[in-house]
Design a protein around this ligand. Structure first.
Ligand SMILES: Nc1ncnc2c1ncn2[C@@H]1O[C@H](COP(=O)(O)OP(=O)(O)OP(=O)(O)O)[C@@H](O)[C@H]1O
Ligand SMILES: [Mg+2]
Length: 284
């Protein structure tokens, strides 16, 4: 980070974690009984980190990722996003935050068939209120970024598994989120396609994106800077968070991923942008 007189030292040490959980519990009601999928989990993830979540089947990994992604709320405990207690946000604000700040990738791709790759990738921008011309441009850019410039008009059924997952990554990137949450992104892929998808995710993370990946793939876990292990609804953190990473601050426009051209790029930018979103509230 460049040192400039009169400019306070760059943000990360003073910035809140991008993602913070305090005592997060998730209970599911099953008839008369309850299943505790998460039991009092604490974690902090900083901007630009590369974190893998591992653990046995049924241990609570997907439950945790759904809470991180604001698809689900904890039964107890606090979940803070960019320092804001998400429990204070109504459903509309949560939806805006989810749409603008978070990108998801699932094992099963979750693409809409009957719509082209381009339409699939542009879809989150419809919800974000971006005009059609810009939606197309940004979806094309995003597909080009994942190496699918020549497959934009294909239906998902006309693409290989690895290509479908790259479309899903393009869709996750198109809103320029601060974080990508991936639930076993290579789980349905052969080893060659897994390697491609995995390399792409690593590149995006190196460009400044925060990456949280659930995986059974030891190579992904080995490449992550930090591994969180979930066991029986509890988190065993192997390493301390890394809030001082140089690449935690993305240069303006890096990969088109973190920086928003409407906002002035400052070290704290994605967090502030997120807070701005929250203040805007019902921004479309
Ligand atoms: N909707 C639900 N209703 C009831 N119980 C649930 C529900 N979703 C998950 N569970 C239970 O919560 C626990 C954690 O599930 P979760 O899907 O988070 O596991 P996981 O670690 O992602 O497993 P896998 O590696 O197999 O994907 C499991 O015991 C599961 O049966
Ligand atoms: Mg799971």
């Amino acid at each position: 980070m460049a040192e400039q007189t009169g400019v306070p030292p760059a943000g990360p040490p003073a910035s809140p974690p991008l993602i913070e959980g305090r005592g997060i519990t998730r209970l599911y009601s099953m008839g008369d009984s309850q299943v505790a999928a998460l039991r009092g989990v604490d974690f902090r993830i900083f901007l630009g980190e590369n974190v893998a979540i591992i653990g046995p089947s049924g241990s609570g990994k997907s439950t945790l990722l759904h809470i991180l992604g604001l698809l689900d709320r904890p039964s107890a405990g606090q979940y803070l996003f960019a320092g804001v207690d998400t429990d204070t946000l109504d459903d509309d604000r949560l939806a805006v935050l989810r749409n603008r700040a978070i990108g998801f990738i699932f094992q099963s791709f979750n693409l809409v068939s009957g719509e082209s790759a381009l339409e699939n990738v542009a879809a989150p921008l419809v919800y974000a209120g971006v005009r059609r011309k810009e939606r197309i441009e940004r979806a094309e850019e995003s597909l080009a970024r994942v190496g699918l410039a020549d497959r934009m008009h294909h239906d998902p059924s006309q693409l290989s598994g690895g290509q479908r997952q790259r479309v899903a990554i393009a869709r996750a990137l198109v809103t320029r989120p601060a974080v990508i949450l991936a639930d076993e992104p290579t789980g349905n892929l052969d080893s060659r396609s897994s390697a491609d998808v995995f390399s792409l995710l690593q590149e995006l993370q190196a460009e400044g994106l925060t990456l949280v990946t659930i995986t059974h793939d030891q190579r992904i876990a080995d490449r992550a800077a930090r591994v969180l292990r979930v066991e029986d609804g509890m988190l065993v953190e192997h390493d301390a968070p890394a809030p001082y990473l140089d690449h935690a601050v993305a240069p303006a426009g890096a990969g088109g991923v973190v920086a928003d051209e409407d906002a002035s790029p400052t070290p704290e930018d994605p967090g502030l942008r997120t807070l701005g979103l929250l203040a805007e509230g019902d921004a479309s």
